[in-house]
Design a protein around this ligand. Sequence first.
Ligand SMILES: NC(=O)c1ccc[n+]([C@@H]2O[C@H](COP(=O)([O-])OP(=O)(O)OC[C@H]3O[C@@H](n4cnc5c(N)ncnc54)[C@H](OP(=O)(O)O)[C@@H]3O)[C@@H](O)[C@H]2O)c1
Length: 316
Amino acid sequence: MATDGLIAVTGATGGLGGRVARRLAGRGVAQRLVVRDAARAPELDGAEVAEATYGDGEAMRRALDGVATMLLVSASEAADRVKLHTTAVDAAVAAGVERVVYTSFFGAAPDCTFTFGRDHWHTEQALAASGLRSTFLRDNLYIDFLPLLAGADGAIRGPGGAGRVAAVARDDIADAAVTVLLGDSGGGDGRGPAGDPAGGGDPGRRDGRGYDMTGPEALTLAEVAGELSRFAGRPITYQEETIEEAYASRASYGAPDWEVDGWVSTYTAIANGDLERVSGDLEALTGHPPMRLADFLAANPDSYRHLAGPPGPPAA
Ligand SMILES: NC(=O)c1ccc[n+]([C@@H]2O[C@H](COP(=O)([O-])OP(=O)(O)OC[C@H]3O[C@@H](n4cnc5c(N)ncnc54)[C@H](OP(=O)(O)O)[C@@H]3O)[C@@H](O)[C@H]2O)c1
């Protein structure tokens, strides 16, 4: 039986889950961190720790015993990621979990250009079929990773064309996740974004729907390079590759085909316009506007340190 309101946070050793866990602890919320290695779990007031990996259904069921609500952070990309996720979902059902908040992907579809996004659609389907009350946070590309698109030579290379990406900061997604996990009304009217059929005037009720987590602007990769140049203090460029060139330039990593497909399709999804739509969902949930790339870079100088320009404020 689920005890009153216990929240499980998976992926708490990672970037997104860790941010959510710290925010919950800061608000005095009891939580259980479900991690693969307890020694790496963050030490937080009011947090207990359970060890489990998504692929081990029995360990997940034990780790979720007594949990009412689970944040299911999608697993690191893997050939069998859908199976890992469905095993975790089945374990949640077996443990008596009532509600799941899942970190999905913007535009998740069975045939979306970004091949990793397909796993998220299948996981959403599994959650919808599970009978669990579910909410999907459909994250666009993380802003946090845009600086990493450029190598030390100062070039972003890929088949992204003139497409735009409405990248979003993990800090903003974490704020939204906390709102949904706690059933807060956020800064909005409690009904969620316009046309939200699940809003219904009940501030806590956000089940059975997806929220599009995007930043407030959609930038081309050339514009991303321009912002990085300004902050890094040296020219960063965007150099268009053909799809064939993109596969060839990534071949030396020796990664399996499914992984290279994911890397290259990040760019082709941008080129297609799949990632360009700006959504108001994040602000409706959190009550504050999401960060622009410039806001993120100003607050996180370590994110572009590898691009190594002279220190100091951004050039005009
Ligand atoms: N929107 C985007 O641009 C974007 C980019 C990259 C990734 N993602 C997705 O978003 C997720 C969260 O992002 P993040 O920045 O927090 O990633 P992250 O820092 O790599 O953290 C991933 C977390 O998930 C845990 N995890 C991974 N595979 C697992 C498994 N099979 N069973 C149990 N736990 C597992 C990791 O545990 P360990 O610490 O033990 O590894 C870690 O705590 C990623 O896992 C990935 O699915 C999205």
